[in-house]
Design a protein around this ligand. Structure first.
Ligand code: NAP
Length: 290
C-alpha cells in the first residue's frame, strides 16, 4: 500500500516515515512540496504520488500564536483539511486525519471517549474541530485519530525544553493543574499502522497509557535525565498566563482502538525512558543536567 504522509518534516510525520521505513511505500510531503492552504495543491500531490491512503499530519500547531493568527490556523487546519479530504473522497482514497485533545474543554475530570461532544477553548482547538467536521462531511473512507502531548525525535518538544532549562537554571516552575496523556510519536506511528492494517474506520483516541500533569511529567523527565526532580517546582496555570486557554483535563480514553484489535499501549513513563535513552545515544551530554 502506498501511503502519502503530509507534514512529513514534523514530529509525527517523521515518526510515521520511520515506522514504515523499508516496510512499504510511504511518501512524505511537507510545505516545500506544496502549500496545502492553496487551491490545487491537494489534487496536484494526489496526481503526482497516486497514493492508496493519505495520512494528514500537516497542521498549524502553534497553539498560542493561533490566537493572533486565526486566519492562518483556519486556512490549514479547516480549509486545507477540507480540500484534501474531498480530493481523497473523489479519488476513492482512504483518508486519516490527525486531531487533538484540544478539541475538548477539559471540564470532565475523567477524560473523554471518542464520542464525547467537542467544545474547544481556543483557536487551534476550534480549527482542528472544524477539520474533523470537514473530514466527516467529505464522506468516503475516513479515520480521525486524536492524540495529545506529543514528544519524540525532532527539534522542539516539552522534553527537550525541560532538559535545556535544567542545564541553564537551578530551578524551574511548571504548571501542575493541567492533566493529559503524554504520547511518544513513534508509539503513535505504530498505532496508526495497526489501525490501517486492521482497516479501522471512525474516531480513535491514541495516546500512551496513563495520565499526568505537566509538573509531574517534567519531574519524570528530570529523573530519567539524571537530574534532581525537586528542582522542578509546581505552579498554577493562572501564575503562568498564555495567549491560549488550555483544557484542565484532556485525558483521551479509548474504546475504538480495542475494537479494531489494537492491544494495550506502553505507559508514557516507559516511552519517555526509551526517548531519553535514544537522546543519550544521539545528542552530546547536557552540561549541568546532573
Ligand atoms: N504536537 C502535539 O503535542 C500534538 C498534540 C495533539 C495533536 N497533534 C496533531 O498531530 C499532528 C502532527 O503534529 P506535529 O507536532 O508533528 O506537528 P509539527 O511538528 O508542527 O508538523 C506540522 C508540519 O506541517 C507543516 N505545514 C505547516 N503549514 C503547512 C502548509 N500550509 N502546507 C503543508 N504543510 C504545512 C509544517 O511545516 P513548517 O514547520 O515549515 O511550518 C510541519 O512540518 C497535527 O495534526 C497536530 O494537530 C499534535
Amino acid at each position: 500500500m502506498k501511503i502519502l504522509v503530509t507534514g512529513a518534516a514534523g514530529m509525527l510525520g517523521r515518526a510515521i516515515l520511520e515506522e514504515y521505513d523499508g516496510a512499504g511505500h510511504c511518501v512524505g510531503v511537507d510545505l516545500p512540496d506544496g502549500d496545502l492552504t492553496l487551491h490545487g495543491t491537494a489534487l496536484e500531490l494526489m496526481m503526482r504520488h497516486a497514493p492508496q491512503h493519505v495520512i494528514h499530519a500537516a497542521a498549524y500547531t502553534d497553539v498560542d500564536r493561533a490566537e493572533s493568527e486565526p486566519e492562518r490556523a483556519h486556512a490549514l487546519n479547516a480549509e486545507g483539511t477540507r480540500m484534501l479530504a474531498r480530493c481523497c473522497t473523489s479519488l476513492n482514497v482512504p483518508f486519516t486525519y490527525i486531531s487533538t485533545d484540544y478539541v475538548f474543554d477539559g471540564e470532565v475530570p475523567d477524560g473523554y471517549y471518542e464520542d464525547a461532544p467537542l467544545r474547544p477553548l481556543g483557536v487551534y482547538g476550534s480549527t482542528k474541530a472544524l477539520g474533523e467536521q470537514e473530514v466527516q462531511s467529505a464522506g468516503g473512507d475516513w479515520r480521525i485519530v486524536r492524540t495529545s502531548w506529543l514528544f519524540g525525535p525532532g527539534p522542539k518538544n516539552f522534553v527537550l525544553t525541560v532538559r535545556r532549562l535544567l542545564a541553564e537554571r537551578p530551578t524551574l516552575t511548571v504548571v501542575e493543574d493541567q492533566t493529559g496523556c503524554p504520547t511518544y510519536a513513534p508509539d503513535l506511528a505504530r498505532v496508526l499502522r495497526l489501525i490501517l492494517l486492521n482497516k479501522g474506520r471512525g474516531i480513535f483516541h491514541a495516546t500512551n497509557a496513563g495520565a499526568t500533569n505537566w509538573h509531574a511529567f517534567a519531574r519524570e523527565i528530570a529523573r530519567c535525565s539524571g537530574a534532581d526532580p525537586q528542582r522542578i517546582r509546581p505552579c498554577a496555570t493562572e501564575a503562568y498566563p498564555t495567549p491560549a486557554r488550555r483544557p484542565a483535563c484532556s485525558i483521551l480514553r479509548s474504546r475504538n482502538l480495542e475494537s479494531v484489535g489494537v492491544g494495550p499501549r506502553p505507559s508514557w513513563q516507559e516511552a519517555l525512558g526509551r526517548y531519553i535513552a535514544w537522546l543519550a545515544r544521539s545528542e552530546p551530554l547536557q552540561p549541568g543536567a546532573q
